[in-house]
Design a protein around this ligand. Structure first.
Ligand code: C2O
Length: 504
């Protein structure tokens, strides 16, 4: 499908048409939409794109970064001053996502729209900030939680909530947080080596999230865990009331950008997915707008760019140095790939069982390693995923859960460097309202590499059965996990030939 035909129903684009015909001959409508042009001449379009707003990491030691943070603060004050009848007001913007007591509202979680929906949400929020402050080149700041602002080689630490967000006289401050200014998020969930594993995934549905499987490693791990680490309102549907929310989601979007653009992995080209449209947002003038998944996929190319900061292993930079480079990238983004997560086999663990948050829970699968031999093939090997579904949300969500494979003697202290470690997940949301909206809290944990490593080391023999251990760990050591029984709704092993097609 031609990009020009995508926007036939979109008022926000059509209003550009009459006066800009020449421009549009050279450019797609998507550019017009995202870039919101109007001032410059036709000849400078490439320059304008090259100079699109930059989203910078929050770094108290950098002047550019702090200028961005100041504009962000000013924007929050201006949004708070708007009347409640204005869709751009601070509370209304947060309300699109959800409310503290009412749970989630329009946001998408645990499905393949998790990334594009939150991208669109940030996009309009950023536009509103630009308009209200008059700073047209403003880009949202992002909180890179993988590492401290000033990185000291050899020091393993994630990043605390940046200091400007603790200034009680600033609009960036929010009193309802459980984290303190010196707490740092759990290192093993957000570290660069963990992020590298997550960013290395080629299949979008396993990188982001899948409609039937639930939250993938990015959402279930760093995303949910950071919500709970900040805690308070950030752990509820009303999360966007805390100014740190937008910098957290900007980081999540940066992860997607890095995965897609720098690392060259492709988004799905499924037409139904691309055509998904939302009317949840308002533009910078407060008018309601339509946004489609298809358009969100071009946003990092047209509407903003990220100032890089390391999140996994260093990835190639992607400066748009020429029109040709721009066209090539645009073509790749528009083409996408055929992405599938076909479940070949679903092996249920025992049903109707419970997990306690205060004991190590271990479960054995009725399957022997020899039945998984397709995993260990070199040509098109299968992948093994654990699909975990809970019937209800825990009352407290101040913990995350580490998953180990075939480690009978797992303890609270078992390190994630252990060869048996597979991944982790955390619950996001606080009320029953939230679980009802999600139907169930559901996660996908990929155990393929763990099984392969065990096999290679001779620690997984043909006759061995597969078992899983779950360890609930507090998001910071000072926040004690209360004993609670979590009712499992499903615990299945999925075997899947993960496929991402060759580009057509
Ligand atoms: Cu819809 Cu991080 O939240």
């Amino acid at each position: 499908m031609k990009i020009e035909t995508l926007f036939n129903n979109s008022d926000s684009v059509l209003r550009f048409l009459p006066s800009r015909r020449d421009f549009l001959k050279n450019m797609s409508l998507s550019v017009a939409l995202l870039w919101g042009f109007g001032l410059g001449g036709i000849e400078s379009w490439f320059e304008k794109i090259a100079n699109r707003p930059t989203r910078r990491p929050v770094n108290p030691d950098s002047t550019d970064s702090m200028t961005t943070v100041e504009i962000y603060e000013e924007a929050i004050n201006l949004m708070k001053a708007l009347p409640s009848s204005d869709g751009r007001s601070w509370d209304n913007q947060a309300g699109i996502h959800g409310t503290i007591l009412g749970g989630f509202n329009r946001c998408n979680h645990q499905n393949s729209f998790f990334l594009p929906w939150h991208r669109a949400y940030l996009y309009y929020f950023e536009k509103i900030c630009q308009k209200l402050t008059g700073e047209s080149s403003f880009g949202l700041p992002y909180w890179n939680w993988t590492r401290p602002f000033v990185f000291r080689p050899g020091v393993n630490s994630s990043s605390s909530i940046p200091s400007p967000f603790w200034d009680t006289s600033s609009a960036l401050y929010y009193s309802d947080r459980d984290a303190t200014s010196s707490d740092v998020p759990p290192f093993d969930v957000v570290s660069q080596s963990r992020m590298e594993t997550i960013l290395d995934e080629t299949n979008f549905l396993l990188f982001g999230s899948d409609d039937s499987g639930g939250a993938g490693p990015l959402e279930a791990g760093p995303h949910n865990t950071i919500h709970n680490f900040v805690g308070g309102t950030m752990g509820t549907g009303g999360a966007a009331l805390d100014p740190i929310f937008w910098t957290h989601h900007c980081m999540i979007d940066y992860c997607w950008d890095n995965w897609n653009i720098n690392r060259g992995h492709d988004n799905p080209n499924d037409e139904t997915w691309l055509d998904q449209e939302w009317t949840d947002f308002v533009d910078e003038d407060g008018n309601s707008v339509k946004m489609s998944v298809r358009t969100t996929l071009l946003m990092p190319l047209l509407a903003y760019q990220y100032e890089s900061s390391q999140i996994g292993a260093p990835a190639a930079l992607f400066p748009l140095r020429s029109e040709a480079a721009f066209r090539r990238l645009r073509q790749r983004l528009e083409r996408g790939a055929q992405v599938r997560l076909a479940i070949k086999k679903r092996i249920p663990f025992s049903r109707g069982m419970d997990l306690s948050t205060s004991k190590i829970a271990s479960r054995e699968l009725p399957v022997k390693a020899r039945e998984l031999k397709r995993l260990f093939e070199t040509e098109h090997p299968d992948r093994a995923l654990i699909n975990i579904g809970f019937a209800s949300m825990p009352k407290a969500t101040n913990f995350f859960v580490r998953v180990f494979v075939n480690k009978q003697d797992t303890t609270m202290e078992t390190k994630t460097e252990d060869i048996h470690y597979a991944g982790s997940f955390a619950f996001f949301g606080s009320s029953q309202a939230e679980i009802h909206q999600h139907k169930s809290a559901s996660f996908l944990v990929d155990i393929t590499n763990t099984l392969k490593n065990l096999r290679q080391k001779g620690m997984l023999k043909d006759d061995d059965t597969i078992s899983l251990s779950f360890v609930a760990v507090p998001v910071t050591p000072s926040r004690v996990v209360k004993e609670e029984i979590l009712q499992l709704e499903k615990l299945d092993l999925l075997l899947s030939p993960i496929s991402v097609s060759e580009r057509q």
